[in-house]
Design a protein around this ligand. Sequence first.
Ligand code: ZN
Length: 217
Amino acid sequence: MDKTAIEKIIKQVLAELGKTSDAIPVELSARHVHLSRADMDTLFGFGENPTPAKELSQPGQFLSKERVRLIGPRGVIDNVAVLGPARPESQVEISLTDARILGIDTPVRQSGEIEDTPGIVLSSHKGIVGLDQGVIVAGRHIHMPAKDAARFNVRDGDRIKVRMNSSRPVVMEDVLVRVSDRFNLAMHIDFDEGNACGWKQGVPGTIVTNQEKVVEF
Ligand SMILES: [Zn+2]
């Protein structure tokens, strides 16, 4: 191969590497609870809680050492993760499978939208708390810094489609875009959604634009 041919290939390879990837990192959210300061104190006693155990992908958020039991009318789920820091209102995020186990008819909501959601009982080794509301199945969403929103040409509050490039690929609709420079780029889905498409660690999502052909009936 002559020198110009080699240089041409090198140029092409470098151009390819220079392209920004359109892959969106995907993370599975296991069932978890966020607790208010008051509920945290009832369940774990006054003091330095929640106790950070591991940092999460979004800045400031962490998995704590504390665990709770979810108690519903039909069943219980033990050893449920408590995320920190404490929030203004307690919120329980479960999958639709968990909702069946607990016997709680749970709506799909974005985090923080807990009006008219069902309640639940939480217990720990130290205390018990009854929540009037706050149980949700978390709506799929993408945390996105502004520079990525500009790159993908989307805005805060947009609902988009994302293809999961997994072993059983699916296109997920109604994915909420949340734009803030406090975020790192990450799409969050729950275990039911991850298992439904055979998702594995490292499998990214890609945004589906509306140029696909639609079959009309
Ligand atoms: Zn999230």
